[in-house]
Design a protein. Structure first.
Length: 232
């Protein structure tokens, strides 16, 4: 009888530990995303132009994608997206929704180094597409490699027309990168792990069903400092 009780207690402990571990894992991903974003946005010569952040409706960060994480038709990178609140995406930044990036080719592994990817969603059509469904970059949403440098000009046709702009950073090298052909979607399992219940990207960003977790404080503080509301 005592052995049965021990087994029952051990099983219960494991059942409670798994959700806690899963939540901690997602919290760490949100924290790392915030640190990556802050590092890149505050870089005086290699960062993303702030005027693009001020015009963006959503920001997506995929931190530390490791060698072998992308296999054609296989696994995917995981990250975080925050969008502006309000009916027309003009307000402060939302609680984060977890995101997945799929279908990358070997050419984007940057020589096998750990790579950070940052994407800006530049208009309402692109934002609503990303929030509501799986989006093929360059197909469902037009895309371009983002210009590099805080003072870089963003007035090129490709940049001005793109719904999604993207960058990568590996081994200290920061550059605009084309993610055309990749797909981006909400990661429902990761959202459940982070918030403790089933939530879609729209539930989090548009319906505001949950507050931002403390792990998102760095990301949201950085974005609200640079661009508290969208520049028209």
């Amino acid at each position: 009888m005592k052995e049965m009780k021990k087994i029952a207690c051990l099983s219960l402990g494991l059942m409670l530990a798994v959700p806690a571990f899963a939540q901690e894992k997602e919290e760490d991903r949100v924290k790392e995303s915030g640190l990556v974003l802050r590092d890149i946005l505050e870089s005086p010569d290699k960062g993303i132009p702030h005027d693009l952040v001020q015009k963006a409706e959503c920001v997506v960060v995929y931190p530390s994608v490791k060698k072998g994480a992308f296999i054609v038709g296989g696994s995917y990178g995981r990250g975080v997206m925050t969008c502006r609140t309000g009916e027309n995406f003009t307000g402060p930044w939302s609680a984060p929704t977890m995101m997945a990036l799929e279908g990358m080719s070997f050419g984007f592994q940057a020589g096998g180094q750990a790579t950070d990817f940052i994407l800006l969603v530049m208009n309402e059509k692109g934002a609503r597409s990303v929030l509501s469904s799986k989006v093929k970059i360059g197909g469902d949403a037009s895309a371009a490699a983002g210009p590099v440098g805080r003072s870089a000009t963003a007035e090129t046709n490709a940049v001005m027309k793109a719904e999604i702009l993207s960058w990568s950073r590996a081994s200290g090298l920061f550059a605009g990168v084309s993610l055309t052909g990749s797909t981006m979607r909400s990661d429902g399992d990761a959202n459940k792990n982070l918030y403790g219940k089933e939530l879609s990207a729209e539930d989090i960003v548009v319906k505001h069903e949950v507050p931002a977790p403390p792990s998102a404080s760095v990301m949201l503080a950085e974005l609200n400092k640079i661009s508290p509301t969208r520049k028209q």
